[in-house]
Write a protein that binds this ligand. Structure first.
Ligand SMILES: Cc1ncc(COP(=O)(O)O)c(C=O)c1O
Length: 387
């Protein structure tokens, strides 16, 4: 791929079959456990793919696409986005280590750290997402890994990655960034110095809410190899049917992402003017506390944002959500359909974000923005928050 090509062009062409005669546009799915070799000498040749668990030509193509996306040296695919995070952490952590985790990291990742990793004698410390250079004060002799997510889940804080990387590099600490929100299209943590970027491909790369998957992209061959060996040890394996679907998602992701992101900005701006709404948490809005860092490090925004309603009963919040006709009440995002959740039940933090009202998260789909806005308006007005 030519370096100066735009991402949409690259993703339309990457990993396609070599054209012969009557060649299909897409690579075929190969479902395998056993792989056969003409020569016995090849059975133990580690340079070859020896077994179905180690992927197929379609997963090679998807890995190549993720490397192109993040400008990485190697990619490992996983069965889910959560598995991408847990596998990366395991690749760079051992018993007796101390790891630092951004307090607004995805709930599933927190659960893994608190309930699983801790069993192996790893000391987990959460830090305020906006800590920036203050990370220096938390680094210990045994800190092995810093886990970031920018913007953070539900509350959308932006980590100052360059400031954190500066100290991490000095102390040879691995930085892992969950880059799901940006799909890798508008934020490149590896180019900002991080060692590993992870993705819940379940979101934008599936794009249709029907496939789960994850990807771990490493900045150097050394990091990529550590991840690959950990994946091998853990028996990591991804369904080739799912891999095929995720590669298909790559072909159209730029167009879908841009439209969904545009819808999110429009709805965020509109909600910010509503009397029922106290605050809107969207990093592209100048009112967002980390807007300046977002502007410096990102080239665009994703499809999810949150907003805070004026203080009201839980019953009102549930009424508001139940009245919506176009927003599905469900977790995840990045699909063609818009989704909404109330976040308070999920907010498990060491540092209380203190919103002063119920927090709602929206994931914008591909519906027309006017219809989505109208749906929100009708529901806000009918819910009568003020009585
Ligand atoms: C930021 C982030 N990372 C990781 C995950 C986990 O992805 P998956 O659902 O594919 O396990 C999610 C899921 O919502 C997420 O929002």
């Amino acid at each position: 791929m030519k370096k100066d090509m735009k991402k949409a062009t690259k993703f339309a062409h990457i990993g396609r079959p070599k054209i012969g005669v009557s060649t299909s546009v897409n690579l075929p799915i190969t479902r395998s456990s056993t792989l056969l070799f003409a020569k016995a000498a090849d059975l133990y040749n580690d340079d070859l793919r020896l077994y179905g668990r180690h992927g197929s030509p379609v997963s090679d193509a998807l890995e190549e696409a993720f490397c192109e996306l993040e400008n990485g040296a190697g990619c490992t695919l996983t069965s889910s986005g959560l598995a991408a995070n847990t596998l990366s952490i395991q690749a760079f952590t051992k018993a007796g280590d101390h790891i630092l985790v951004s307090d607004s990291s995805y709930g599933g990742t927190r659960y893994f750290c608190d309930n699983y990793l801790s069993k192996f004698g790893v000391d987990i410390e959460y830090f305020k997402p906006n800590i920036g250079k203050g990370i220096a004060g938390l680094i210990r002799h045994n800190t092995s890994c810093i886990l970031l997510e920018s913007p953070g889940s539900l509350t959308l804080e932006i980590n100052d990655l360059p400031a954190i990387v500066e100290y991490a590099r000095k102390h040879k600490i691995t930085t892992i960034v969950d880059n799901t929100w940006s799909a890798g299209l508008v934020y490149n943590p590896l180019e900002l110095g991080a060692d590993v970027a992870t993705h819940a491909a379940t979101k934008y790369y599936s794009g249709h809410s029907d496939v789960m998957g994850g990807a771990i992209v490493a900045r150097t061959k050394l990091h990529a190899n550590k991840v690959r060996l950990t994946a091998k040890a853990l028996g990591n394996c991804v369904s080739q049917d799912d891999v095929y679907q995720l590669l298909r998602g790559f072909r159209s992701v730029v167009t879908r992402f841009n439209q969904q992101a545009e819808t999110a900005v429009q709805l965020a701006k509109w909600l910010a003017k509503r009397p029922e709404v106290q605050d809107v948490r969207h990093p592209a809005l100048p009112s967002h506390p980390d807007h300046k860092i977002w502007k410096r490090d990102f080239s665009g925004a994703g499809c999810i944002f949150s907003f805070v309603l004026n203080p009201c009963s839980e019953k009102r919040v549930l009424n508001f959500l139940d009245r919506l006709k176009l927003f599905g009440k469900g977790f995840s995002f990045g699909g063609y359909e818009s989704v909404i959740i109330h976040c308070d039940p999920q907010l498990r933090r060491n540092f209380d974000p203190e919103f002063g009202g119920p927090l709602i998260r929206i994931g914008c789909g591909l519906e027309d923005v006017d219809d989505l806005q109208n749906d929100l308006q009708v529901s806000l007005e009918k819910t009568k928050f003020s009585d």
